[in-house]
Design a protein around this ligand. Sequence first.
Ligand code: SF4
Length: 360
Amino acid sequence: MTTTDKLQKALLIWFDKNQRDLPWRHRYEPYQIWISEIMAQQTQMDRVVEYHNRWMNSFPDILTLAKSSEDQVLKCWEGLGYYSRARNIYKTAKLLIDKHNATLPKNITTLLSLPGVGPYTAGAIASIAYEKDVAVVDANIERIFSRLFNIDLIPGSPEAKREYWQKAEALLPKGESRNFNQALMELGALVCRPKQPNCSVCPVSEHCIALQHDLISVRPIPKKSTKTIPVNMATGVLMHKGLLFIQQRLADDVWGSLWEFPGGRMKEDETAEKTVIREYMEETELAVRVDAKITTTIHHYTRYKVTLHCYFVSLKQDESDPVLHAAQEFHWIPFEQIDQYAFPAGHRKLIEFMNANKLA
Ligand code: SF4
């Protein structure tokens, strides 16, 4: 038996005994696999399961999804972040109805032509849903390979990517791609974790070169730490005649098509109150006054730590028709309807604060 044979066998047996009971593993339905793979990018598995269940209740199949509104889709995704993923799923659902008979394609090239589907997702759908002999490489698999084969290439470099894909293709057992690819992903999630891998229960430990040479702490090669960038922002909650003003961001913006209260980045030497007044004028041409501080929320977005100063504001004049410069639509709504709309994380925290303190 070659080393490759031994690795394949050990991983398949381990997966058979140790795989988690995840909802999309019950029937391996391609639509469910696709949604789970997109959700799992940059998201913890327990959250993926929660959102996946909610998603399947709202959009049980591709046709229902394609017939829903983008607002409904974004609302269902609210809190998962990286909203372009949800918009791409929605675009793809429409495309699948128009061109692919409401079915996910099996062919890798066609899968790669779908919005938001890269080599990893295409490989995952082809192998896990359709059992095609296609390899996959994600961050978990890169980490395992860098340790198992002691690969000292810079993570993310073209050489490293090429090496990992070659290893994945060479290791893939024919006819076993569904379980084998999942075995690697599962091993990375449960055993060969980024910090403190549990080598004592690892099914491939006897082949692991980094373990043999005590190099696990430097495989993969540690990335240079990226600094957190602080960002100060301010926003205003405008109530007028018992209704709340909200606007929908432009589709191609960060957090595109999500709803928000007007506001923006504080300029140097500008107070948060002044930012709110300026942003209202620039974004809506509404002249507002700041009435009271509500709260300050903090949230993290990629490398940014965003501090959001939140105020109640009111109109200076009775003119309540905005001219939109940074949004595609606006609504005046009763506060009770606010949960029907999807907001970015900082604004959602503000809404939760107002709800908890009965401020609106
Ligand atoms: Fe990862 Fe440890 Fe297994 Fe090597 S022995 S693959 S470092 S868990």
